[in-house]
Design a protein around this ligand. Structure first.
Ligand code: BGC
Length: 760
């Protein structure tokens, strides 16, 4: 393509500098029409009616090789005292602290990439931007437990909007690693154990965010399924199993969300680092899935220049965290020597620019403005309300019927609701430091921030459940005991009509939890409280499953996960029946760790760790079915204050499975059913384990019936044939079940499916 040489000159430079310096001022909300920027008249690539590939070609035709190199190397966006070289002064002086930054090219109007974490709100870990608060969404495991794709999309819209409001244009969200290791310290950041549910929910969050003209990621590709040894471990699994589990979750998330970038993971996969893994990046992601966006590395996940570039990495993030700035001088030399072709460098820059055009980074420049606190909080609360899972409700103790004396016990219920730690940490609206607990570790003096920042804090999102329970308790007296003295707490419980004991398990990035038992004597506390008061309700604030030795004694159990800043309202509204629980578990709760595929956690031994996932695609409930194990609570499970009746199941075969059925609200309250369809392919001598092939969340009035129809994506019926690189649907009779969890069925049908192969 012939393009004349073009220089934007000073007008653009001024614009770029102004946008940069404007942190804190008000700006335009993204509009649905492309605004007439002064650039559009000047630069051909600013013509928004051209396809993004053409726009990228046009701008690249003007770029020198050094400018392409600028786009492929990222900076850490925050001053970090212990990195191998200091952060550039120009960056620290001009930019608000954040996860990362990639300079733009003002000469050509190419905006900088201003990167922020992550899936639970605009993160501000360790108060890197002192005083900057954002709306804390619930943890992703809760969002997945809503089984509500529209709600996930709304959460994404809110997330994308606040990302822009805070002056960022890249959102590092979209965590979709499967929960195959429930002790994984990031279980809360991911969307559960099933590839369909995880992929749809993560994909919808990404889609919503990107509609706001920010570029979002899907991460961490792939098999970053535990934190122990994450920098050195190799996740080992045969290719077919990967394709049917963890990679399928990514594939579905990418189809739903079309993220502008995919973040490759820290770990190795079958012995090769994920960020230089030809199979994962070139062959599967880019060739087979036809992914047109770019691959950016996780922070400190790059180990080579030429190898990484040739094997599919397009951008090195926060290069100061790697052993060298691989995509700076070493990559330049590799291109000069021909180890990396200039065509490949061109492709790397093209992918980045293309995604920037697709997601509006050129056409809708960001500039900060205050967040819409109330509207955004409402989204967080709605999500929390639909993702809380009621696990037990003996004799319909819930919703509460006008108790006179309520005891609230434990888990800092007087402060707020717990959130998970690490790079996704949001400093919530209303944070006043009294809702934070210093966990320990050294206190770091961060130069840029100029304040003493604790290395680890547990953040309790306000408001406090104690306050929201009091607000809805009518005239009842509500006593609080912090639970530190078990005998005292039991006495407080005994003196009340109802005891609500909060229990917590803190998860954070970088460290797996040591086991699935509640820490710090909480099992003993719950046991004592439940023994003292038969009307004990346990509210769990955990990032994943826990075991419950006290379950028989507790009258009711509610899994609230980390419910975000609408969490306390959602908990209280559910307790008092203003909300009818409709969350269903996105992850299996085992009876004990002995039931897990890996009963003992895999811990890094010095510099290496092989984790052999022999269970392959049988993650979570599939493992339990294959091993004929009964979990404590199965995937898909959750109670409602009403009940649902299912009938008239019809199933049609052929190239895929389509089922039709009726759902009736058989109770007296408005409620939401989550009708789940599972199918088991035929296998030698019987049938394979069942997989989720679809679901429908249906809002029903008392007595109302709705007809629902669900058609399966045929990949969910197939096995992956690694030799042929195709999905293979076997001919035969498939067992289809309709039910309210992976372990129970209201109706079964057999249906004949024809043989087919599907290209990825
Ligand atoms: C995490 C990523 C995160 C990045 C930037 C890494 O440690 O694994 O999820 O996006 O840091 O903060």
């Amino acid at each position: 393509m012939q393009v004349r040489k073009f220089h934007l000159g000073s007008a653009l430079a001024v614009l770029a500098v102004t946008a940069f310096a404007n942190a804190g001022s008000r700006a335009q909300a993204p509009s649905q029409t492309v605004p007439q920027s002064p650039l559009s008249a000047m630069a051909p690539w600013m013509n928004a009616s051209l396809p993004p590939d053409d726009r990228a070609d046009l701008v690249q035709a003007q770029m020198a090789q050094d400018e392409e190199l600028t786009l492929v190397r990222g900076y850490l966006g925050v001053a970090a005292p212990r990195t191998r070289s200091p952060q550039p002064a120009w960056m620290l002086q001009n930019l608000p602290s954040s996860a990362g930054y990639v300079p733009g090219i003002p000469r050509l109007g190419i905006p900088a990439l201003r990167e922020t974490d992550a899936s639970l709100g605009v993160a501000n870990g360790r108060h890197m931007r002192p005083g900057d608060q954002a709306t804390a969404l619930p943890a992703s495991i809760l969002t997945a437990s809503t089984w509500n794709a529209a709600l996930a999309h709304d959460a994404g819209v809110m997330l994308g909007t606040e990302t822009r409001d805070k002056g960022f244009n890249v959102l590092l969200d979209g965590g979709v690693d499967l929960a195959r290791e429930p002790r994984n310290g990031r279980t809360f950041e991911y969307t559960g154990e099933d590839p369909l549910l995880a992929g749809v929910i993560a994909g919808e969050v990404i889609r919503g965010a990107q509609e706001q003209h920010v570029l979002s990621t899907a991460k961490h590709y792939a098999l970053n399924d535990q934190e122990s040894g994450r920098f050195v471990m190799s996740a080992n699994m045969d290719e077919a199993a990967m394709r049917e589990s963890d990679l399928l979750a990514f594939e579905i998330a990418i189809e739903h969300g079309a993220p502008g970038a995919v973040m490759c993971a820290y770990n190795k996969v079958n012995g090769v680092y994920a960020c230089e893994n030809d199979l994962l990046l070139n062959k599967v992601l880019k060739a087979e899935w036809g992914y047109p966006g770019f691959v950016l590395s996780d922070w400190g996940a790059v180990h080579s220049a030429a190898m990484a570039a040739n094997n599919g990495l397009d951008q090195e993030s926060a290069s100061v965290l790697d052993k060298q700035d691989f995509f700076a001088e070493p990559l330049k030399q590799a291109v000069a020597s021909g180890d990396v072709s200039s065509a490949r460098l061109h492709d790397m820059a093209h992918r980045i620019l293309r995604s920037m055009f697709v997601h509006g980074l050129f056409d809708y420049p960001v500039s900060p403005k205050p967040i819409a606190t109330e509207a955004d909080a409402a989204v967080a609360e709605r999500t929390a309300e639909e993702g809380i899972v009621l696990l037990k409700n003996q004799n319909n103790l819930l919703p509460l019927a006008h108790p006179q004396r309520i005891a609230v016990i434990g888990a800092h219920a007087d402060l707020g609701v717990l959130s998970g730690g690490g790079s996704s940490q949001v400093i919530p609206v209303g944070d006043d430091a009294r809702n934070e607990i210093l966990v320990g570790g050294p206190v770091t003096n961060v130069p840029k921030v100029g304040v003493q920042v604790p290395s680890e804090i547990m953040v309790y999102d306000p408001p406090a459940p104690l306050a929201t329970i009091r607000a809805l308790a009518g005239g009842a007296s509500v006593a609080f005991d912090d639970g530190t003295d078990v005998a005292r707490a039991a006495a407080v419980a005994k003196a009340a009509d109802i005891a609500i004991v909060f229990a917590q398990q803190w998860m954070r990035e970088g460290r797996d939890v040591p086991g699935l038992s509640l820490p710090a004597n909480q099992d003993v506390l719950i046991d004592a409280v439940a023994s003292a008061n038969p009307h004990t309700i346990v509210v769990l604030e955990t990032g994943g499953p826990v075991v419950m030795p006290w379950l028989a004694k507790a009258a009711a159990v509610m899994e609230a996960w980390y419910p975000g800043q609408g969490g306390a309202q959602a908990i209280a509204r559910t307790l008092f029946g203003l909300a009818n629980p409709s969350g269903r578990l996105a992850i299996t709760f085992p009876q004990s760790e002995a039931q897990l595929p890996h009963p003992s956690p895999s811990i890094a031994i010095q510099s290496s760790l092989d984790v052999n996932y022999a269970e392959g695609a049988n993650v979570g409930y599939k493992w339990f079915e294959a091993q004929k194990l009964t979990p404590l609570f199965p995937f898909g499970y959750g109670l409602s204050y009403t009940s649902f009746r299912y009938g008239g199941l019809s199933a049609q075969g052929g190239t895929t499975v389509t089922v039709g059925f009726d759902v009736t609200n058989a109770g007296a309250r408005l409620g939401k059913a989550v009708a789940q369809i599972y199918a088991a392919p035929p296998a030698a001598g019987g049938r394979d384990v069942r997989r989720l092939i679809g679901w429908s969340k249906i809002d029903l009035k008392p007595g109302e019936t709705q007809h629902v129809s669900v058609t399966a994506d045929p990949r969910l019926l197939a096995h992956f044939d690694a030799a042929a690189h195709k999905w293979h649907v076997a001919a035969g009779n498939y067992l289809v079940s309709l039910g309210e969890s992976s372990a129970t069925a209201a109706a079964y049908a057999w249906v004949h499916v024809d043989e087919s192969t599907i290209k990825p």
